[in-house]
Write a protein that binds this ligand. Structure first.
Ligand code: ZN
Length: 186
């Protein structure tokens, strides 16, 4: 909008670039900050910088954490012979919300996509193979996309050869219905 000061237009454009935020919402947000105390702008900018400065990847599961290893990997109450393989850190957040999965996770950092030049060496597959041993149970919970299915098939083969029991999770089925913890975590 040409009638708005440059800095306001800039903020609207920044918001509009975020996923799920259209131009109108971006404008509403910008005007909300304009009419709010400066503390709101401060706390938002601090929170945005914090996640870039404090968050690192867990060296075991590749999840996001402030301490390495992450809380899940260092939780002795979790079943370390049950690994759920997901594409991204956000997937863990979704699973953990059910509060019923008692195993641990491994984040691939994406999915195999030959068309985009993403091969096994571009994902956290080596570290997954290091963690999986004979007799362990692996749940593959990649996304229900062509890439996710390709990745699941690839992993099923190589993990099966290591003697692991591999299950492909049907997405949309709450994980708690399939894998309930013998004694619910507190
Ligand atoms: Zn971890």
């Amino acid at each position: 909008m040409q009638s708005l000061p440059k800095s306001v237009n800039n903020l609207i454009n920044q918001f509009a670039n975020l996923p799920g935020i259209g131009k109108k919402t971006a404008q509403r947000l910008a005007f909300h900050f304009l009419s709010s105390d400066v503390e709101l702008s401060h706390s938002l900018s601090t929170a945005l910088l914090d996640i870039k400065q404090k968050i690192k990847n867990c060296s075991t599961c590749h999840g996001i954490t402030e301490e390495d290893p992450c809380k899940i990997c260092s939780d002795k109450k979790r079943n370390s012979s049950l690994i759920c393989v997901v594409e991204n850190a956000y997937d863990i957040f979704v699973f953990e919300k059910t509060n019923s999965f008692s195993g641990i996770y491994h984040i691939l950092g994406g999915a195999l996509s030959p068309l985009d030049g993403i091969g096994p060496e571009d994902l956290n597959i080596d570290t997954l193979l290091d963690r999986v041993n004979e007799g362990m149970e692996v749940i593959i919970a990649t996304n229900p996309s062509v890439e996710g299915e390709t990745t699941a098939l690839y992993l099923s083969n190589i993990l099966g050869k290591k003697g692991a029991s591999v299950t492909k999770l049907a997405r949309g089925v709450p994980v708690c219905l399939l894998y309930t913890s013998p004694s619910p975590r507190d």
